[in-house]
Design a protein around this ligand. Structure first.
Ligand code: ZN
Length: 286
């Protein structure tokens, strides 16, 4: 947790904030430090009344490789415990097995994602390269998604013995039938396919991503701030009334049923036997 900052805060214009994941050497792998630095940066943009639109972007070739699975369960849990500005209401982050892991993921993934989804200002996510599993949470909680042609989206966690990432918005983002295919096959889908399914607003050439996203933000930033906030709230409330929040909570419980099964079988929350890339990942040590 003593690493240098993993997130950069920029203001390309006085009305626009850009929050940039700056861990390109690790393909912007997500750990608690990054999550809470993003949360802090979002708060900075949220409470700056000059800022009307917030961009979330990432340095490097890939948007994000997903959760940083080179960290042990204990490291993750201790990092959550150490955060001074938690967003949720849970506790017991360093308890053993299901108790602690449920608490830590609820704080680190579910409650942070929900908070970001409900930020009162319009958010735009710019995605290039790979966006894998836990990384999907970031564009999905934003209001608009601009994808570079290089973007590729996947959630291969069924291979790890888990039912889907912690924020199971797949049916809302892809439609129910394609959501099942996405999960069952663990295939990686292109920017064009994501656009065809309505998950992505625009697909642009790779070198145009930053500029196109900024121009979109500028266009939105010319509108009245209160109307923008209420337009966002109106659409979010529609999804809430349709049951999105409850569905995501229910799916989070199923996600943890998988983790519990894996803890019993393998001693940690994922199945390493079916996924060669997990063979050398540090396991839960206690
Ligand atoms: Zn999990």
């Amino acid at each position: 947790m003593s690493e240098a900052s993993m997130v950069r805060y920029e203001k390309p214009t006085e009305n626009i904030a850009r929050v940039v994941m700056a861990r390109a050497d690790k393909h912007n792998a997500i750990n608690p430090q990054m999550i809470f630095e993003i949360n802090d940066a979002f708060n900075k943009a949220l409470y700056d009344d000059q800022v009307k639109v917030i961009i979330l972007a990432a340095d490097g070739r890939n948007f994000s490789a997903g959760h940083d699975i080179t960290e042990t369960v204990e490291q993750y849990q201790a990092a959550i415990q150490a955060q001074p500005n938690k967003v949720g209401t849970w506790s017991g982050f360093q308890e053993s097995e299901t108790h602690g892991w449920y608490a830590a993921e609820k704080e680190g993934y579910l409650e942070t994602a929900r908070r970001w989804r409900n930020l009162s200002k319009p958010t735009i996510c710019a995605v290039q390269g790979k966006c894998i599993a836990g990384a999907l949470i970031f564009p999905w909680v934003c209001d608009l998604i601009i994808a570079a042609r290089s973007a590729q989206f996947s959630d291969p966690v069924v291979d790890f013995g888990v039912s889907g990432v912690e924020w199971l918005a797949h049916p809302w983002e892809l439609g129910h039938r394609k959501a099942k295919e996405f999960l069952f096959t663990a295939d990686s889908w292109s920017a064009d396919e994501a656009w065809r399914l309505g998950m992505v607003n625009h697909v642009v050439d790779n070198e145009e991503l930053e500029n196109f996203t900024l121009e979109m933000a500028k266009k939105i930033a010319k509108k009245p701030a209160f109307a923008l906030k209420l337009a966002k709230e109106a659409v979010n409330k529609t999804q809430d009334i349709q049951g999105q929040a409850n569905a995501i909570d229910a799916a989070f419980s199923l996600h943890h049923l998988c983790h519990t099964q894996n803890f019993r079988q393998f001693g940690w929350g994922m199945d390493p036997t079916n996924t060669p890339s997990l063979a050398n990942v540090p396991k839960k040590t206690k």
